[in-house]
Ligand binder design. Structure first.
Ligand SMILES: [Zn+2]
Length: 270
């Protein structure tokens, strides 16, 4: 029952944040400001959207993917961006919130869920800007990491050092690849992994990199085999690093335990 509550709550929160992060990503890529009062508008007729047209997932379904004013098609991607974020929210909330009632007594019960959520949603935002423009923005990559380090103070000195090591590991490995390969990867990827490392700590950061390279490599082989890419084509790695990070948040501790490696705070609490 508790899992169903968590899953539903995570799904709702994820769909709202997915809608918001999509606006943030699109406006940032277009060079517009996403804070302040400017309302979302129809891309075709420019009519400001009312609140009933801004309900994540539902509005698109009810309006059958069309603008209420001019009837122009609203891209299907808007719906899928919200749906994927809702599913990520549901999984992350269920994974790290499941033992919340029992662990409330130690007073630090919310930190694993909070850190996991910050990591997952910021990865999603960075994956979106990378997909839309091929660019990862320093602020979106690094600010969540700084917030993660701040929250790690709650876990003590060891947890803070673990976060700093994670940031160094994430940045260092990508930086080495950039310097050795001269192309293919950008410094945005290094900043992305530095920020993620600050939240995850070094063991989970290593796991995230492993998953990310595995998924990216698998995709590259698939593109080569099906003839949709040539050997020299560069494949953007950011979205795969983000996917690897989310996979690590969901199954990193189990993956590490499989190799007999103990997880560090706060991932060892459950
Ligand atoms: Zn319209």
């Amino acid at each position: 029952m508790w899992l169903v509550v968590l899953f539903s709550f995570g799904f709702l929160l994820g769909s709202v944040l997915g809608s918001f992060l999509n606006v943030v990503a699109r406006r940032t890529v277009a060079g517009e400001s996403w804070w302040g009062k400017s309302r979302s508008r129809c891309d075709t007729c420019g009519t400001p959207l009312t609140s009933s047209e801004l309900i994540p997932l539902l509005s698109w379904l009810v309006q059958r993917g069309r603008c209420r004013t001019c009837g122009a098609a609203i891209p299907r991607s808007y719906f899928y961006v919200e749906l994927v974020c809702a599913l990520i929210g549901a999984l992350v909330t269920a994974r790290w919130g499941q033992f919340l009632p029992e662990s409330v007594s130690n007073g630090k019960a919310l930190l694993p869920l909070l850190l996991a959520s910050i990591a997952a949603y910021s990865l999603y935002l960075n994956a979106l800007t990378d997909l839309y423009s091929g660019y990862i923005f320093d602020l979106f990559a690094l600010a969540p990491g700084a917030l993660g380090l701040l929250l790690r103070v709650g876990g003590g000195e060891h947890a803070l050092i673990d976060g700093l090591l994670g940031a160094a590991l994430g940045y260092g490995i990508i930086a080495c690849i950039i310097l050795l390969s001269r192309g293919g990867m950008g410094w945005g990827d290094a900043h992305l992994m530095a920020g993620l490392g600050g939240i995850l700590g070094w063991k989970m950061t290593g796991t995230a990199l492993y998953f990310g390279f595995l998924l990216g490599g698998f995709w590259a082989v698939l593109l080569l085999v099906t003839g949709r890419a040539k050997r020299k084509d560069a494949i953007p790695l950011g979205p795969f690093l983000a996917l690897g990070g989310i996979a690590a948040i969901l199954c990193g501790p189990s993956f590490l335990a499989w190799f007999g490696i103990a997880s560090e705070w706060p991932w060892n609490t459950l």
